[in-house]
Ligand binder design. Structure first.
Ligand SMILES: Cc1cc2nc3c(=O)[nH]c(=O)nc-3n(C[C@H](O)[C@H](O)[C@H](O)COP(=O)(O)OP(=O)(O)OC[C@H]3O[C@@H](n4cnc5c(N)ncnc54)[C@H](O)[C@@H]3O)c2cc1C
Length: 316
C-alpha cells in the first residue's frame, strides 16, 4: 500500500514538474515511458514455402495422388511454393496497391477510353503462363490426375495472386467450352492454343460476360443483348454488360439473343446463344465501350467494368 502511495506521489510531482520543465526523464516503471505505442509488438506473420509448410495440402495430395504421380509433381510444387514466397507474394501485394484505372482521353485532347493495369497485374499473367496454371489441365501429362495437380498449384497461388485467379478461372472455362463443343474452326483452334499455352507471349486470358442489368443468376430473363447476323457464323452484338471482371482479357464468352431483321427474338433460355469474341484487335477495342469501372467494396485489384457493346464482332 505504501509502495502504491509513493508511486502516486512521484506521479503527482512529475505532473507538477512537467508544467515547469521540458525534456524530463520519466522513471522506467511508468508504462509507455519508453515507446509511444507501448512494449508489446505483435510477431509479424511469415510466409514459408506455401507447399511444404501447409500440412493440409500435404495430407490432401497424398490422399488423392498415386505415388508415381506424387513423386513426379512434388519437385515442381516445392519449387512453386518457394517462388510464391520469394517473388509472387510481393507482386500480389503490388496488385492491391496499384489498382486499375480508366482514362477517357489521352491527356492531349484525343478522346479515347484506356484501361490501365499495373505492371504487377501484367506480371501475374506471365507467371500464370510459365507455371501452366491453365495448361496443366489440358496437357494431361498425368491423365485424370492432371486436374488435381493443376488445382493444387492454383490453391497455392490464389492467396498471393492479387486475384489473378479470377481471370484464370474464366480462361479455364473458355478452354473447356471450346474443347467440349469440339469447335474446330481456325479462330477457335488458335484461341484454344493460346488459352492453354505456357508461353507468356502467346498466352491469352478470357472473360465471361453474362450479367446484365436485370440480374446475374437469372440470365434467361436478364439478357437483353441482341446478336444481329452478319456472315455465316459471325454476328454483331448490341447490349450492355453490367459486370465484366477481367476487362483486360484477350477474348470472352458472352450471351446474347439472335434477332431476325425485324428485331424478333426468342424469349427465355431457348433464346440464349453463347458467343465468343476477341476483345481487341491491335490494341483497339472491338466496338466495346468501357463505360465505368465498378466501385466495389473488395476485389479492387480486378478490373471489373460495365461495358457497352455497340456492334461487337462475335462468333457463334
Ligand atoms: C466482384 C464481382 C465480379 C463479377 N464478375 C462478373 C463477370 O465477370 N461476369 C459476369 O457475368 N458477372 C460477374 N459478376 C456478377 C455475378 O455473376 C452476379 O452477381 C451473380 O450472377 C448474381 O447475380 P446478381 O448479383 O444480379 O443477383 P441476383 O441474380 O439478383 O440474385 C440475388 C439473390 O437472389 C437469388 N436468386 C436469384 N434468382 C433466383 C431464382 N430464380 N430462384 C431463387 N433464388 C434466386 C440469388 O441466389 C441471390 O441470393 C460479378 C460480381 C461480383 C460481385
Amino acid at each position: 500500500m505504501s509502495n502504491l502511495f509513493s508511486k502516486f506521489k512521484v506521479c503527482l510531482q512529475l505532473n507538477q514538474k512537467r508544467l515547469k520543465t521540458s525534456g524530463l526523464q520519466k522513471p522506467s516503471w511508468i508504462p509507455f515511458s519508453k515507446a509511444k505505442f507501448g512494449e508489446f509488438i505483435q510477431q509479424k506473420p511469415s510466409l514459408n514455402n506455401a507447399f511444404t509448410d501447409d500440412g493440409f495440402v500435404q495430407r490432401l495430395i497424398r490422399h488423392y495422388l498415386p505415388k508415381n504421380v506424387l513423386t513426379e509433381v512434388t519437385p515442381d510444387l516445392t519449387r512453386f511454393g518457394e517462388r510464391i514466397v520469394s517473388e509472387i507474394e510481393d507482386i500480389g501485394r503490388q496488385c492491391e496497391l496499384q489498382q486499375p484505372k480508366l482514362y477517357f482521353d489521352d491527356g492531349w485532347g484525343k478522346v479515347e477510353t484506356r484501361l490501365w493495369t499495373s505492371s504487377a497485374w501484367k506480371k501475374q499473367k506471365e507467371i500464370s503462363a510459365e507455371e501452366g496454371l491453365v495448361a496443366i489441365a489440358y496437357e494431361r501429362n498425368f491423365r485424370e490426375f492432371s486436374r488435381i495437380y493443376q488445382l493444387m498449384k492454383l490453391y497455392l497461388y490464389i492467396p498471393s495472386s492479387g486475384l489473378y485467379s479470377c481471370p484464370l478461372a474464366m480462361t479455364d472455362g473458355a478452354a473447356k467450352t471450346i474443347e467440349d463443343l469440339q469447335l474446330n474452326e481456325s479462330f477457335y483452334k488458335n484461341a484454344y492454343t493460346r488459352l492453354t499455352s505456357r508461353d507468356p507471349n502467346l498466352f491469352w486470358t478470357s472473360g465471361q460476360w453474362m450479367t446484365e442489368k436485370g440480374g446475374g443468376s437469372d440470365v434467361a430473363r436478364g439478357t437483353e443483348t441482341l446478336a444481329i447476323p452478319e456472315g455465316d457464323k459471325t454476328f454483331r452484338l448490341y447490349g450492355y454488360k453490367w459486370f465484366s471482371s477481367a476487362t483486360d482479357s484477350d477474348v470472352t464468352l458472352t450471351l446474347a439473343r439472335i434477332s431476325d431483321l425485324e428485331g424478333n427474338v426468342l424469349s427465355g433460355t431457348r433464346g440464349l446463344t453463347l458467343f465468343f469474341l476477341k476483345t481487341r484487335e491491335n490494341d483497339k477495342l472491338n466496338n466495346i465501350q468501357i463505360v465505368k469501372l465498378k466501385d466495389k467494396l473488395g476485389t479492387r485489384q480486378l478490373p471489373t467494368a460495365e461495358l457497352l457493346l455497340d456492334g461487337t464482332l462475335a462468333y457463334k
